[in-house]
Design a binder for this molecule. Structure first.
Ligand code: C2E
Ligand code: CA
Ligand code: CA
Length: 519
């Protein structure tokens, strides 16, 4: 996905760089077109000023002295190739260089000449054997006029940058389409695909056009290409990583948990706890099950660890607790000795506001804190035993009970058992499994029971599957337990049925409890 977005951005970057470069090139070429136009305007201004000056010094005639003076002007003004005296209709009377008249391919009539915006000069195309030129006509009076013939080609050659000069053309035309100036190193017909830019003068009927071959443009001023591409690739990388993170949020196991939470798919299952000697149900442990949309049931060890590390365990615990307290409420209300246990991971227990939220949730369900047991696992070391003990103290002051879960298989063992200040220890299934075959297991259980008594703690054993195990636990002094021997964890409906059967049996049968009857 990262690679794809880098590719996408590089492609986009190439496109963007292309646009940027194209934009830059267009601006520069437009400016060059304006330069060409301004130069031709200046040439016209210059020609007109020369003529005005001549008129101001006394209207020149065709006599040798006048022509001499005019030639001097021409000599001084490099852009002016010739100056002629013409009649009202435009026909030539005489020329500073009379021999140039022979070079004319034709001569415009006044009606073909185009006026400037202020109407003071007329412009026209001059076609000569050795090239084209621009004629500027200025009236001396209503009978005669002066014409300056301007060669503006020469002022165009340096307009285009050297790299483009061989692939471009600058051309100046009058608004009637006739060309009056041009610079190009290539013959007209040889222009490949070209892009053109035009600029029209507001003062004179002149338009400048610059045409550049596309291929030449592609190579011109592309310095900004690679920096732009680099930025694009960098952006692509960043965007790709963002996408990956966004995608991780919408698919994957954590996103699945989030969806499960949103649909309230995490449900409490209930496993009864019972008095080992009488078999009487004392309460239950709430064990999480993920009931997925397709009806499949996911066991807690498949999602609790991920929920814990991804910060989902807190909302999940509250969700399960609220549901369980709601479902159990009638029983908890009617039987004040019935207790419900919840599994709380240490991280959650130690989190900011845990006690407050717990109080609110329990009070909101109208359940007494005395009927709620919090099982804190000892499997992982409590990160800060002192702080945990402070929380436990707070909880006990509020009436909650705290059980230390999985005792014996845990991390820091007996010192933690004493330091935490819990009400109860839960002996792990591991010891129960082996208690009938392994003398050491029985010894450890017996030791834990004595230690618990010294610390005024009660003892529960989990995972009791056989009557032998039950008897061995009773022999060690364990009072309470849970396990498949009596019941696996049950859905709320099944748990209710289980309890109803128990009560019925208790009513109909001899009410004397015995270990044998528990089975
Ligand atoms: P745990 O707290 O030690 O719970 C006892 C586990 O032993 C439960 O497994 C229970 O179903 C199973 N068990 C009970 N009696 C027997 C038996 O006679 N034989 C056998 N083979 N197993 C028995 P479960 O429900 O799969 O839960 C596994 C663990 O997941 C729990 O161990 C607990 O640590 C954790 N867990 C379950 N629900 C929650 C929850 O809501 N919150 C948290 N934080 N952890 C939970
Ligand atoms: Ca437990
Ligand atoms: Ca356990």
């Amino acid at each position: 996905m990262v690679a794809a977005s880098v590719v996408a951005f590089v492609a986009g970057g190439h496109f963007a760089a292309g646009l940027v470069i194209q934009g830059q090139q267009s601006r520069q070429l437009k400016e060059l077109t304006d330069v060409a136009l301004r130069r031709s305007e200046a040439a016209v201004d210059f020609g007109a000023a020369t003529l005005k000056e001549l008129v101001r010094q006394g209207a020149p005639g065709c006599d040798p002295a006048s022509l001499q003076a005019v030639r001097l002007r021409v000599y001084l003004r490099s852009a002016v190739k010739d100056i002629r005296l013409v009649n009202r209709d435009g026909s030539v009377v005489c020329s500073a260089y009379s021999e140039t008249l022979e070079f004319d391919n034709g001569w415009a009539e006044r009606s073909d000449m185009l006026p400037s915006r202020d109407g003071r000069v007329l412009l026209f195309h001059v076609d000569q054997i050795n090239g084209i030129a621009l004629g500027v006509l200025f009236d001396i009076d209503d009978k005669t006029s002066l014409v300056a013939i301007l060669g503006i080609d020469s002022s165009m050659f340096d307009i285009m940058p050297a790299e483009l000069r061989a692939h471009s053309e600058v051309s100046l035309r009058l608004n009637n389409g006739s060309e009056v100036g041009q610079f190009s190193q290539k013959p007209r017909g040889e222009f490949a695909q070209a892009i053109s830019f035009t600029s029209s003068s507001p003062r004179y009927p002149i338009t400048a056009t610059v045409r550049v071959e596309r291929n030449a443009l592609a190579r011109w001023h592309t310095d900004s290409y690679w920096p732009t591409m680099l930025i694009a690739a960098g952006l692509g990388l960043a965007f790709g990583l963002l996408l990956v993170r966004a995608a991780a949020k919408t698919e994957g196991p954590i996103a699945d948990i989030d969806k499960g939470l949103a649909r309230r798919e995490f449900k409490p299952y209930y496993q009864p706890t019972f008095d080992l000697r009488t078999g009487a149900v004392r309460g239950c442990e709430v064990l999480a099950r993920w009931i997925r949309a397709d009806g499949s049931i996911v066991p807690p060890l498949s999602f609790i660890p991920l929920a814990e590390t991804s910060g989902r365990i807190e909302p999940m615990t509250w969700q399960i607790m609220e549901t369980a307290l709601g479902e159990l409420h009638p029983r908890l209300r009617d039987d004040k000795y019935f207790k419900v246990s919840f599994n709380i991971v240490p991280r959650h227990l130690m989190s900011e506001g845990f006690v407050e939220t717990l109080r609110r949730v329990v009070a909101g369900s109208k359940v007494s804190a005395r009927q709620v047991v919090l099982e804190v696992t000892e499997r992982a070391e409590l990160p800060d035993l002192e702080k945990a003990a402070a929380v436990v103290k707070q909880l006990r002051e509020l009436g909650f009970r705290v059980a230390m879960d999985d005792v014996g298989v845990g991390h820091s063992g007996l010192s933690q058992m004493k330091g935490l200040g819990a009400n109860t220890i839960k002996i792990d299934k591991f010891f129960v499994d082996t208690i009938t075959q392994d003398g050491a297991a029985a010894t450890i259980v017996g030791m834990l029971v004595r230690l618990a008594r010294d610390l005024q703690m009660t003892v529960i054993a989990e995972g009791i599957e056989t009557t032998e195990q039950l008897q061995a636990l009773v022999a060690c002094g364990v009072e309470e337990g849970q396990g498949y021997l009596v019941s696996p964890p049950l859905s709320f409906a099944a748990f209710n049925e289980f309890l109803a059967r128990r009560e019925y049996r208790a009513l109909t049968e001899d009410a004397v409890g015995s270990a044998a009857r528990v089975a």
